[in-house]
Write a protein that binds this ligand. Structure first.
Ligand SMILES: *[C@@H]1O[C@H](CO)[C@@H](O)[C@H](O)[C@H]1NC(C)=O
Ligand SMILES: [Ca+2]
Ligand SMILES: [Ca+2]
Length: 468
């Protein structure tokens, strides 16, 4: 960047003031660099500066500029930083006088210091962190830190950029005197379940040539909101369990998921109060469904259990567990005597019905299929007349004279594995019929009588018997 000399000589009202000269130089020139030929610019010879013992005078600017009397030039004595000298003030200049003696004269010298772009915009912090709820509405605004550029004019802060800008856009608000206020505005809703962390770069640019920039990292953590309800992994579970299974038997594990975080996603399992809630228990944390009471196939074959899954923030889902109870052979047949004869006449014909029985077995299939038998070697038989009905009948001729009483044991068994059975004993008396004629012990008797036997003398004894 070049520099220019602006000078003019004017006659001022003060006699002693001979004129003034102005120079314009950029800041940061090297030590010893020439500012201007002041002798020439004021129309003075180098001799005059020598004879007049020319010197420059000012409160404190000697430290920056020196006068080379023998050459008639002003030189840079020390580094000039416009920012140190003038801060953010647009106009920056050094003012001093050049004084000569014999005769005494003085000249006013102004050295204007122009800005060069030697400062990039900078942020006080390298990173800013934000925590933003995923439920934040579009249009939500977040104030960003401003950058500082110590240069002035075009070399000062010019613009900002924010990248990437998928969810957030940058908004710059001018507030009067060139002060800019910057905000990040949510333009697309956040979803923690899709993306939890964002890293953006805020860049501040100046308008210098070449352009300088500074950056700050913006880290955004998306906070969870309870925007997801728990979801059962299956809407319906079907399981089977044996009746009489022990208390504590695990039936199944219900599972559900919730995409939210922390308590918003912490699931609790429960069975609402119902008939099933007395028989089944679910672990609130693990979802393990277990038996809590006795289940009986003969009482109920299917249970539908509603399981509620809830997060800790009030959202829930429901799933169903269908439990089919499997039969076990846990019931022996029960024998009910519907009607019976305690006594039967010995002349009854074979096939006479003595007892009618009704057999019940509440188990299902083979476990409830029943057959009945009698104990061996009896003149009786058992017949099944129809479903669950049995009759005990005479099977051959009876003879009271041979057997007058029978103990008939009826044993009924189901076909379960192992089989269960029960039995009942029926006592039957056989009543007499006159079916036997008296019979002599012998077919002929022979006896002797001696003479003069006394009356009443027994000749022989005739003996007859009757089986009835
Ligand atoms: C039948 O059973 C009863 C009682 O157990 C017994 O007293 C009786 O002698 C038995 N009768 C026969 C014929 O076995
Ligand atoms: Ca700058
Ligand atoms: Ca500068």
């Amino acid at each position: 960047m070049g520099w220019q000399v602006l000078f003019f000589i004017s006659v001022l009202s003060l006699d002693a003031v001979q004129g003034q000269v102005s120079y314009s130089i950029p800041e940061e020139m090297n030590k010893g660099a020439s500012i201007g030929n002041i002798a020439h610019d004021l129309g003075l010879g180098v001799d005059r500066l020598q004879s007049g013992k020319a010197r420059i005078y000012s409160g404190n600017t000697e430290e920056y500029i020196e006068l080379k009397r023998e050459r008639g030039v002003l030189l840079i004595k020390d580094r000039i930083d416009r920012e140190t000298l003038c801060g953010q003030t647009m106009q920056c200049a050094l003012h001093f006088q050049m004084i000569l003696e014999n005769p005494m004269e003085f000249y006013t010298v102004t050295v204007e210091i122009t800005d060069i772009n030697d400062n990039p915009p900078t942020f006080e912090r390298s990173e800013m962190k934000y925590e933003i709820s995923e439920s934040a509405l579009t249009g939500a605004r977040f104030i960003l830190e401003k950058a500082i550029d110590n240069d002035v004019g075009v070399n000062g802060l010019d613009s900002y950029a924010l990248n990437p800008s998928d969810n957030f856009v940058l908004k710059t608000i001018s507030r009067g005197e060139g002060t800019k206020h910057i905000e990040m505005v949510l333009q697309k809703p956040l979803d923690r379940e899709t993306r939890e962390h964002f890293s953006l770069i805020l860049t501040a640019l100046d308008g210098g040539e070449p352009q300088l920039s500074g950056t700050m990292q913006i880290t955004i953590t998306v906070l969870d909101a309870n925007d997801n309800a728990p979801v059962c992994s299956k809407p319906e579970y079907t399981e089977s369990v044996k009746e009489n299974a022990a208390i504590g038997t695990v039936i199944t594990t219900v599972s559900a998921t919730d995409m939210d975080k922390g308590n918003n996603g912490k699931i609790a399992y429960a069975i609402p109060k119902s008939a099933a809630s007395n028989l089944f228990d679910i672990d609130p944390e693990s979802g393990v469904l277990a038996l809590k009471g006795k289940i009986d196939y003969e009482k109920r074959r299917v249970y539908e259990i509603d399981v509620q899954v809830s997060d800790q923030a009030g959202l829930s889902d429901a799933c169903k567990v269908i439990v089919e109870v499997k039969d076990e052979n846990d019931n022996p047949p029960s024998i009910n005597i519907m009607s019976k004869s305690n006594t039967v006449s010995e002349n009854m014909k074979p096939g006479t019905v003595l007892t009618m029985l009704n057999i019940q077995d509440p188990d299902s299939n083979e476990n409830g299929k029943v057959m009945c038998i009698l104990n061996d070697n009896l003149p009786f038989a058992i017949k099944s007349s129809s479903n669950n009905f049995f009759t005990v009948v005479t099977d051959s001729d009876l003879d009271r004279e041979r057997a007058s009483e029978y103990n008939i044991t009826v044993t009924c068994s189901d076909e379960g594995v192992p089989a269960l059975s029960s039995s009942v004993t029926l006592t039957l008396q056989i009543s007499d019929v006159n079916d036997n004629a008296p019979v002599f012990e012998r077919s002929s008797y022979e006896g002797y009588i001696v003479e003069n036997n006394t009356p009443g003398f027994s000749i022989f004894t005739v003996k007859a018997t009757d089986a009835d």
